[in-house]
Design a protein around this ligand. Structure first.
Ligand SMILES: [Zn+2]
Ligand SMILES: [Zn+2]
Length: 254
C-alpha cells in the first residue's frame, strides 16, 4: 500500500496521521492543518458513524468532479441501471426472435404433417416418402446427418466385435468419412452417424461390399415427425376424426 502522505509525499508514521476513506493513503495531521486532538476527534467521529468519511484532497476532488459532471449519485446509478436493463433487453429480444422463428418452422412442419395425414377428402393417403416437405420445414432443417445401421446377422454378437469389424473393413481416414456419432443398438448393432449425405453414402457403399457377408447394412430412414393421438372413443373411425382435426385446426390446414 502507498505509505506516502498525498499532501507532502513523505512517508507517514501511522501515529500522527489519518487515512483517506477512499484511497486509504495516510495523511499527516500537519498536512491537514489539524491539531492532533482535532484530528483524533475526527477519527473518533468517523468510527462512530458510517456517515462520516474523511477524504484526501485528491479523492475529494475526484468525487466532486464526478458528481458535478454526472449529476447526483442517484441519477448516475439510475442511468447505469437503465443501460444495464437496455443491454439485457436487447439480448432478450434476440432470444425471442430466434424462438419465434423456431416456432414458425415448427408450424410449417406441422402443416406438412397435416398434409401428410390428410388428403382433400379427409382420407389418409400419403406415406412418409410423399411428405411434401416445405422449404423451411423443421425436418428439412434438422436432417443433415446420414445414419447407417450395421447389424450383425448373428444377433448374439457383441457390439465390440461389430465396432472392430467396421474399423477393420472401412478405412475411415483414407476414405475421409466424417463420423459424428456412433451409437450401439440392440443385438450387437451400431448406428453410425456421418456428417453428411456424401460420407454416409461412402460408408454404406464400402460396408456393403466388405461386411455384407456377416452384416446387414442399411441407412436409417429420415425420421419424420410422428403424432400419436390417444383417448379417442373406440367407435370413431378415421375419416370423421380427420375431419374434426381439420375443422378444429383451420390455421394449420391449408
Ligand atoms: Zn504530509
Ligand atoms: Zn484519498
Amino acid at each position: 500500500m502507498d505509505n506516502k502522505c498525498p499532501g507532502c509525499t513523505a512517508e507517514v508514521d501511522a501515529n500522527i496521521s489519518l487515512h483517506c476513506d477512499a484511497c486509504n493513503r495516510p495523511m499527516h495531521y500537519s498536512c491537514l492543518a489539524l491539531a492532533a486532538d482535532v484530528a483524533a476527534a475526527c477519527d473518533r467521529a468517523r468510527r462512530m458513524s458510517s456517515h462520516v468519511k474523511i477524504l484526501c484532497a485528491d479523492c475529494d476532488n475526484n468525487f466532486r468532479s464526478f458528481v458535478s459532471h454526472s449529476g447526483s449519485i442517484e441519477e448516475v446509478f439510475t442511468e447505469k441501471l437503465r443501460n444495464l436493463i437496455k443491454e439485457e433487453y436487447k439480448e432478450l429480444i434476440t432470444d425471442i426472435k430466434s424462438l419465434r422463428s423456431e416456432v414458425n418452422v415448427l408450424k410449417e412442419s406441422n402443416i406438412d404433417l397435416v398434409k401428410l395425414l390428410t388428403s382433400g377428402n379427409g382420407d389418409v393417403v400419403a406415406t412418409a416418402k410423399s411428405l411434401p416437405l416445405g422449404k423451411n420445414s423443421y425436418a428439412s432443417k434438422v436432417v443433415v446427418e446420414k445414419k447407417i445401421v450395421v447389424k450383425p446377422k448373428n444377433t448374439a454378437q457383441s457390439v465390440t466385435k461389430t465396432r472392430s469389424d467396421v474399423l477393420k473393413n472401412v478405412n475411415i481416414i483414407e476414405e475421409e468419412i466424417a463420423i459424428t456419432k456412433v451409437k450401439p443398438v440392440s443385438s450387437g448393432g451400431l448406428i453410425i452417424s456421418c456428417k453428411d449425405e456424401n460420407c454416409g453414402k461412402k460408408l454404406q457403399q464400402i460396408a456393403s461390399t466388405s461386411l455384407a457377408q456377416n452384416y446387414d447394412i442399411r441407412e436409417v430412414n429420415v425420421l419424420y415427425p410422428r403424432v400419436r393421438v390417444v383417448g379417442i372413443p373406440g367407435g370413431m373411425s378415421e375419416s370423421p376424426f380427420l375431419s374434426y382435426l381439420k375443422k378444429q385446426n383451420p390455421d394449420l390446414i391449408s
